[in-house]
Design a protein around this ligand. Structure first.
Ligand SMILES: Nc1ncnc2c1ncn2[C@@H]1O[C@H](COP(=O)(O)OP(=O)(O)O)[C@@H](O)[C@H]1O
Ligand SMILES: [Mg+2]
Length: 225
């Protein structure tokens, strides 16, 4: 941290299941921050898949700007030791919610839990949310309905189940669209999509994630140690 700067906010994307959109939303967030003139480190903790690192290689090859500082980390300790002078550390984790994920969640300013709307997806999501809340992440856990279809009743039921469980739900949802997948494959993310309709959707999601991240109260220095 340089003089006079607030410490970086750590924003993590976690889930029990794989394939729910963690890496897509982590990249959307990092790209959004960069376009807003804020410095973000995209920290990839999923060493088996290295989704963000591989995506960044495609991005560099295609000369897409702004450049996103994307690095793989084996542990939280390694991240703490790294030279990090940024506004946001955006942590992408592996599914399974292992100890590293839990430790990271404990130390994050906001923990986003992307999930599908089905009970099959919501049950493990809410179980993980409870576990993280018990470990001290209470008040910093935000569920995000992700890769959702077009059924309004399904959305409404999912929102109700999340509210009943006592957890916060991000007001924007992340819809499943072929175009978003194509963008990610091409080294783009979020607002960088070339489809004007999808751009609006991505911008709304970016704004919602950013607002929630910015609303997070600064953590005490002891907690951040
Ligand atoms: N909104 C979306 N629409 C279409 N495909 C998506 C969307 N978000 C993510 N994907 C794709 O779904 C797959 C899983 O998403 P990903 O973000 O990698 O999940 P996770 O990191 O939770 O495993 C990837 O192939 C990704 O490109
Ligand atoms: Mg991933």
């Amino acid at each position: 941290m340089s003089k006079g700067r607030l410490p970086a906010k750590t924003i993590s994307f976690v889930s029990q299941k794989g394939g729910v959109g963690k890496s897509a939303l982590a990249r959307l967030f990092a790209v959004g921050a960069a376009h807003r003139g804020q410095r973000a480190l995209l920290a990839d903790f999923d060493l088996d898949q290295l989704t963000c690192v591989e995506w960044n290689a495609a991005r560099l090859q295609a000369a897409i700007v702004p450049e996103i500082d994307t690095r793989a980390f084996k542990s939280l300790k390694k991240l703490r030791k790294a030279e990090v002078d940024v506004d946001f550390i955006v942590a992408d984790t592996r599914g399974l919610a292992d100890d590293l994920t839990k430790e990271l969640a404990e130390e994050s300013d906001v923990v986003f839990l992307p999930t599908g709307t089905s009970l099959d997806d919501l049950r493990p999501t809410l179980a993980l949310a409870r576990k993280l809340a018990r470990r001290g992440a209470e008040g910093r856990i935000v569920v995000v309905l992700s890769k959702i279809g077009r059924s309004e009743p399904q959305l409404a039921r999912a929102a109700e189940a999340i509210a009943e469980a006592g957890f916060e739900l991000l007001p924007e949802h992340w819809p499943l669209r072929d175009g978003f997948q194509a963008d990610l494959d091409a080294g783009r993310a979020g607002r960088e999509t070339r489809n004007p309709f999808l751009r609006e959707v991505a911008e709304r999601m970016e704004e919602a994630l950013m607002q929630r991240a910015q609303a997070a109260l600064p953590r005490t220095s002891e907690a951040a140690e």
